[in-house]
Design a protein around this ligand. Sequence first.
Ligand SMILES: O=P(O)(O)OC[C@H]1O[C@H](OP(=O)(O)OP(=O)(O)O)[C@H](O)[C@@H]1O
Ligand SMILES: Nc1ncnc2[nH]cnc12
Length: 178
Amino acid sequence: MTVTELLLSRIRDVPDYPKPGVLFKDITPLLADPEAFTALTDALAGLCSAHGATKIVGLEARGFILAAPVAVRAGLGFVPVRKAGKLPGATLSQAYELEYGTAEIEIHAEDLAAGDRVMVIDDVLATGGTAEASIELIRRAGAEVAGVAVLMELGFLPGRARLEPVLNGAPLNALITV
Ligand SMILES: O=P(O)(O)OC[C@H]1O[C@H](OP(=O)(O)OP(=O)(O)O)[C@H](O)[C@@H]1O
Ligand SMILES: Nc1ncnc2[nH]cnc12
């Protein structure tokens, strides 16, 4: 079995969650399988190294689960992007829309600096709203986006088309496209 096949085999489809019409991609079976979780961590850490990242940004909440071990594996610092109101220090905020609602995310402004090359790690790229808002935050904090890497791209939604114009040539990597 290839790594792609292993990862794909551990993702569960949940129809009509959290709203009717949404096909939810549940990664909890993958997280519960140490072989698959390790393969995922190694693949994402390899992309961070290949793209010359100096910091890893993980997106609350599922992005944290993936990005933290990736940061340790790649030997890089981890910077959380959290839902609004959760970070205690001085923050930058960005509102955005996602497949099933709207939200606002924040970053500690002091966690990134000019010269940082930041890799954004998340589980799913759907409409691209979350990733686009993260890119905005990283740039507003004065850092550069090294790339966006996700476990899974939902190819039936226009996330890639939305992100490509704002990536300015930085790579968007998805280990799986469904
Ligand atoms: O491309 P988009 O349309 O922005 O959707 C992708 C985002 O949606 C999910 O997060 P969600 O906000 O549901 O939060 P969670 O990680 O806390 O479950 C997922 O983990 C991504 O971060
Ligand atoms: N369909 C979906 N499955 C899992 N996570 C998501 N985030 C946004 N859309 C999603």
